[in-house]
Ligand binder design. Structure first.
Ligand code: SF4
Length: 169
């Protein structure tokens, strides 16, 4: 079983952190310096953090790599501090059920930012949206599939990786 160092765990978290921070900046900039933008940006950061916690609480306990250094992003070891081990047979079902909770992280900055660009055009906001889209829809999925998830010990039972393998076939 491959084990990951804290530095490698941190490295695997960078794409998700990058997307969350960029999304928060998009929301912060979109209303043109309004206090509501700042509030929305902070709320988005909290949502990103809460999403991570949600996965640790509702998915990681069902993973075979719960409480081991084999979890590429380190969630499994953190989850073990406040959740008990659950049946590994339910991993796929729990993954499918709980991943939709974090999917809006990919959508909210686009759904909020695009109307603002159309209504009151700004190169700054457009540039941020493009960078966010590249990070969320290209870099993060490629990094996950080619690196983090590719090395994940749970990949054979992970619905995301099974879907990717089917698409690649
Ligand atoms: S490999 Fe994935 S599901 Fe398993 S403990 Fe790590 S983050 Fe959780």
């Amino acid at each position: 079983m491959r084990e990951y160092s804290p530095a490698q765990e941190l490295f695997h978290n960078i794409p998700y952190i990058g997307m969350t921070v960029l999304g928060a900046i998009v929301l912060g900039v979109a209303p043109g310096g309004s206090i509501w933008g700042i509030i929305a940006g902070i709320a988005f950061l909290i949502y990103g953090l809460a999403g991570t916690l949600w996965i640790m609480v509702f998915v990681c306990p069902y993973c075979g790599y719960w409480d081991t250094k084999a979890c590429p992003c380190g969630y499994g070891r953190i989850a073990a501090k406040f959740r008990k081990k659950k049946p590994i047979e339910c991993f796929s079902e729990k993954f499918k059920k709980h991943i939709p909770v974090i999917v809006p992280l990919w959508l909210i900055p686009v759904l909020v930012g695009v109307p603002f660009v159309i209504r009151s055009f700004s190169w700054t906001l457009l540039g941020l949206l493009v960078v966010f889209a590249i990070e969320a829809f290209v870099i993060l999925p490629v990094a996950s599939t080619k690196h983090g998830c590719k090395e994940c010990p749970q990949r054979d039972t992970c619905p995301w990786m099974k879907k990717k393998s089917k698409n690649a076939a």
